[in-house]
Design a protein around this ligand. Structure first.
Ligand code: NAD
Ligand code: DAU
Length: 339
């Protein structure tokens, strides 16, 4: 039997790069092929510690580029495909949604088409709890109707529905994970936790949307990676699996925790105009995933402290990011809010 090959699309981003490292550690005999467009959010250096060769290959390219994807499949014949590639930031989708539709829906469709014709063992679509919309009471289950409220969430819902349709119509071996808010090393500093950590380090205001009482259900990136790995190997084809650790926290609580960990004053918190259509609460029923044998290994407060430590000791990673394209985005998204 030949070696198992996994194609990881979007593997140079936050969760994708952590997942590639997870595979190198836990499945060292796998060949991992990363396909990543290296958008503003993707960084080759996120995988700098993994040498290219028999066990790892990096390809720069777009999942929406069908000839490229087709040629890569012909060459590598992946046993598994895990699709992390996406535009992922809600605020950017509010400023301009086109790239979200192109990558999260069209790009997913291109992958499904190539898989349909070339074949693969399993195709795992990495999705999000945002497709359920806001959950004011109780928790979302996998069979619940989708009710996305942002252009990002609507694009991810489109990708999910196309993947399920390709399973039903063409028998493509699709699995879907719907993950909760994820945090940890290598997360682009536009997202809430790394933005607040890096702003606080620099004594810059922490722009808290609205009343800050919105609830997110936080999961540490290594727990999220372990769940994806488990579903990829043990999940039932055609099924959706929610991934969440049950760490529901109000944003303002998380902001205060970050400031305490850094020894900074709460006066850095700056309430600003809310995000349009801001989902009030997310909450996931994860019994289906837990029945497969998954449980979170990291406690929220400890994982947050570890994340704060990582950003403190890796300023060389995030400082150049914050000076580049990010600075222009920051002006567009926060200029009028911060005055
Ligand atoms: P990220 O923005 O950090 O990384 C996205 C990666 O995809 C980048 O490396 C980027 O270069 C690449 N990419 C974008 N468009 C591409 C294209 N057309 N072709 C090839 N590569 C492309 O995202 P993330 O936070 O790591 O999220 C990864 C996946 O997990 C996404 O599908 C996202 O919807 C999902 N998700 C994220 C979270 C979270 O809290 N971060 C939670 C649940 C689900
Ligand atoms: O729930 C999963 C989703 O989590 C993923 O699918 C998305 O890719 C990921 O970006 C994330 O979406 P959110 O919109 O929940 O995450 P974000 O980090 O943008 O915001 C988290 C919360 O913090 C949310 O309630 C908005 C708030 N927030 C965010 C930013 C960036 C602020 O109050 N101020 C901010 O500046």
């Amino acid at each position: 039997m030949g070696r198992t090959t996994v194609l990881v699309t979007g593997g140079a981003g936050f969760i994708g790069s952590n997942f590639v490292r997870f595979l190198r550690t836990h499945r060292p005999d796998y060949r991992v092929v990363v396909l990543d467009k290296l958008t503003y959010a993707g960084r080759r250096e996120n995988l700098a510690d993994i040498p290219e060769g028999e066990y790892f290959r990096f390809v720069r390219g777009d999942i929406a580029d069908r000839p490229l994807v087709d040629a890569l499949f012909a060459e590598e014949r992946p046993d598994f495909v895990v699709n992390f590639a996406a535009e992922t930031h809600v605020d950017r989708s509010i400023l301009e949604a086109g790239e979200f539709i192109r990558t999260d829906i069209w790009g997913t469709w291109v992958l499904l088409e190539v898989v349909r014709h070339r074949g693969t063992g399993r195709f795992l679509q990495v999705s999000t709890d945002e497709v359920y919309g806001e959950i004011l009471e109780g928790s979302a289950s996998e069979g619940d109707p989708l009710a996305p409220r942002s252009p990002y969430a609507a694009s991810k819902a489109g990708g999910d529905l196309m993947a399920l349709a390709y399973h039903e119509t063409f028998g493509v071996p699709v699995l879907i994970t719907r993950g909760a808010n994820t945090f940890g090393p290598y997360q682009y500093p536009e997202k809430f936790i790394p933005l607040f950590i890096t702003n606080a380090i620099d004594n810059e205001p922490l722009p808290l949307y609205g009343d800050g009482r919105q609830v997110r259900d936080w999961v540490y990136v290594l727990d999220h990676c372990a769940a994806i790995d488990l579903v990829l190997h043990e999940g039932k084809v055609g099924q959706v699996y929610n991934v969440g650790a049950g760490n529901e926290r109000q944003n303002i609580e998380v902001a205060r925790l970050i400031l305490r960990l850094l020894g900074k004053p709460e006066s850095l918190i700056r309430p600003v105009a809310d995000r349009p259509a801001h989902d009030r609460r997310y909450s996931l029923d994860t019994s289906r995933l837990r029945a497969l044998g998954w449980a979170p290994r990291y406690r929220f407060e400890e994982a947050l402290a570890e994340t704060v430590r990582w950003y403190r000791t890796n300023e060389g990673w995030w400082r150049p990011i914050k000076q580049g394209e990010f600075a222009e985005f920051y002006r567009r998204n926060y200029g009028h809010r911060l005055g």
